[in-house]
Each structure stands twice: as structure tokens, then as C-alpha cells.
Design a protein around this ligand. Structure first.
Ligand code: UT7
Length: 325
């Protein structure tokens, strides 16, 4: 069995920065409410780039850092809730644009937990020997799912992408834990087109926006972050004091403050960039990871935990020993 190491990261977000004050020009909201309740000050909203465009830009940077040839990649996974198409997969579009001719490609649907699920899948492929080099991407143009009349949800999200190249190595992913709770499916949903065929008489206008019961998701998030962190620590025999950073899904600063308090740790241990990007769904963890990497926050041997939660409901965490390439 092989170990699995991250050898390159990259990220990209559209250039169009949308502030809370700008949102307040066309809906009943204000900076005080949004930043006070969530920590979000601005987000990026794509004007003319789709999910695959963001994914490609993040991937190119990760491949450069990994110092590999795109043809070395044998598996591309794009975790996304907002693909360009149902098919072809966003992963196949990325494959074509970066020239990764030897890759098997598919998208992964686990909403905001998609990158952590992807880490799990990539790890299994590499450990088993099926894959040697995996390009894992979390990418979203979640803005296209939003109802801009629904101030309870649309102010929370933003667009972006993050990518990581994983390969066989000595250090790396020490333990992974994932899970799902379909009983909470209705708390966070984004419907596909309705059933429509020659036997149905369905002429209703499609109204498929992202919908969320924020309070329910908040309660779930705090509970599950703690469960996920405890699980990966238990499996690896590390204590929380040995973890340098926790890289959480960036959904709400209050979720993190509450989780840190319950875990009895300093909230500074959680890396946060929600103020600048909002909630970018499956992109949030790899975007944060790449920022940390580029800022030089991660040294050889550092132990970090990525932890995600989201629609499904889905959840998961990975404990990683970092090694700079
Ligand atoms: O990746 C997906 C994961 N998603 C999450 O983790 C989200 C988790 N949930 C949350 O972060 C919080 O529940 C929210 C930030 C979404 C909402 O915060 P809240 O403190 O639960 O607010 P609320 O929905 O209970 O609304 C409180 C008040 C309401 O007014 P009334 O009914 O008390 O008069 C809302 O209408 O705030 C109002 N409100 C707003 N006011 C100004 C809701 N949205 C806004 C807004 N601007 N954008």
C-alpha cells in the first residue's frame, strides 16, 4: 500500500469583487448584518467564466507547483455542485484543456464536502495502486444557483476554485473520515430540472435555486465539525495540541468560533479566508489550503486537519502531514 502526498496546490477566483455594500444597493441588507452574522465582507462573482474555467486556472497552478507533466495525471476528480453540464463532466473539460490525455475523469457530488470526499477517493485510488498521480479540484460558480431575491442565502456565497495534485509519497494523508446523513437532505438543496417527458404535463417554470434552512445547517455544522475532528485524531493517535492548523469549510465565522470553544482550542488554529471569498462550497477548503501554502504557513512535518460539511447532508475530515515539494 502506498502513502499519499499533496505535491502541488493552486487556486483561482474571478476578478469581480462584490462587497456587502454593493449587495445593499439592490436588496434589503447591510454590511453590519452580513459581516456581523457570518464574517463575510466580500465575495467573487463570475461574470463570464464557468466552473470549468475556474477549475482549469487553479489546476494549471497546482500542476506547475507539482512539477509534473499533465500527461502524468491518471485521474481527475472535480468536486462541484455547479458543473458546466450534467455531461460531459467538468473533469473531462479540464482534461481536454490541460492536455491530461491519460486520465480517467469524473465529477463528484458532495456539495461543500466535495473536496474532502475527493481526498478520500483519491487516497483509495493511490493506495490501491490503481492511480499514481491524481488532480483533485473543488470548483464552483455557485452564484448561478442563487436566488438574488433571497437575502437569507445569496449574501453567503461566492465563486472560486482550488486544486491539489496528489501522488505516492512517504508523508501525507494519515487518516480520513467521511459520512452522510440523508435525513437532513431538505436542509440544503439545489434542485435539478423537474421530471419532464411525454407522460407528464409539466409546464411549470423551473424555480431551481439553492435553498437553505440556515439555522438547521448551523446546528449540524457545529456538531459534525467536532465529531469529524475527534474521529481523525482518534484514528491517527494524535492529540489536538499536535495539530498546527485546521482548514475548515468556510461557511460562517460563528460556526468556527462555536466549534473552537467546544473543542477548547484557540480559534486562531482555524485558518479563515471567509471575509474575502464568502462560502465557495466545494472550492473553499482547497482555496484556503492553497493560500496557506503560498503564504508559507505550512512547513514540513506540520499536521493539519481539513474538515468539511454541507448539502446531503455530507461531512468529512482528513488529517494530513504536510511536506513541501
Ligand atoms: O456550505 C453550506 C453551509 N451553510 C451554512 O453553514 C450556513 C449555516 N447557517 C448560518 O450561517 C446562519 O443560519 C445564517 C447566517 C444563514 C443566518 O443567520 P441567523 O442568525 O440564523 O439569522 P436568521 O435566518 O434567523 O435571520 C434573523 C433575521 C431575520 O429577520 P427577522 O425575521 O428576525 O425580522 C431575517 O429576515 O435576520 C434577517 N436576515 C437578514 N437581514 C439583513 C436574514 N438575512 C439577512 C440579510 N440582511 N442578508
Amino acid at each position: 500500500m502506498y502513502n499519499v502526498q499533496i505535491i502541488g496546490t493552486g487556486s483561482y477566483a474571478p476578478g469581480n469583487i462584490v462587497s456587502n455594500d454593493f449587495l445593499a444597493t439592490f436588496m434589503d441588507t447591510n454590511d453590519e448584518w452580513i459581516s456581523g452574522r457570518t464574517g463575510i465582507k466580500e465575495r467573487r462573482i463570475s461574470i463570464d467564466e464557468n466552473t470549468s474555467d475556474l477549475a482549469i486556472k487553479a489546476s494549471i497552478k497546482a500542476i506547475e507547483e507539482a512539477k509534473i507533466n499533465p500527461q502524468d495525471i491518471d485521474l481527475i476528480i472535480v468536486a462541484t455542485a455547479t458543473p458546466d453540464y450534467f455531461f460531459p463532466s467538468t473533469a473531462c473539460i479540464v482534461q481536454k484543456k490541460i492536455g491530461a490525455k491519460n486520465a480517467t475523469c469524473f465529477d463528484l457530488s458532495a456539495a461543500c464536502t466535495g473536496f474532502v470526499y475527493g481526498l478520500n477517493v483519491a487516497t483509495q485510488f493511490i493506495k490501491s495502486g490503481q492511480s499514481k498521480t491524481v488532480l483533485l479540484i473543488g470548483a464552483e460558480t455557485i452564484s448561478k444557483s442563487l436566488n438574488w431575491q433571497d437575502r437569507k442565502t445569496c449574501v453567503l456565497f461566492g465563486d472560486g476554485a482550488g486544486a491539489a495534485v496528489l501522488t505516492r509519497g512517504e508523508e501525507g494523508i494519515i487518516s480520513i473520515y467521511t459520512g452522510s446523513d440523508g435525513d437532513g437532505a431538505e436542509f440544503l438543496e439545489y434542485a435539478a430540472p423537474q421530471l419532464r417527458n411525454i407522460f407528464t404535463n409539466n409546464s411549470e417554470e423551473s424555480n431551481n435555486y439553492l435553498k437553505m434552512q440556515g439555522g438547521e445547517v448551523f446546528k449540524f455544522a457545529v456538531k459534525i465539525i467536532i465529531q469529524c475532528i475527534e474521529k481523525v485524531l482518534e484514528e491517527s493517535n494524535y492529540g489536538i495540541e499536535e495539530i498546527k492548523y485546521i482548514v475548515p469549510h468556510q461557511a460562517n465565522i460563528k460556526i468556527i468560533e462555536s466549534s473552537a470553544k467546544k473543542l477548547g482550542i484557540d480559534k486562531e488554529k482555524f485558518f479563515m479566508n471567509i471575509a474575502e471569498y464568502g462560502n465557495t462550497s466545494a472550492a473553499s477548503i482547497p482555496l484556503a489550503l492553497d493560500q496557506m501554502n503560498k503564504q508559507g504557513l505550512l512547513q514540513d512535518g506540520d499536521k493539519i486537519i481539513t474538515v468539511g460539511f454541507g448539502g446531503g447532508l455530507t461531512y468529512g475530515a482528513a488529517l494530513i502531514e504536510w511536506k513541501n515539494n
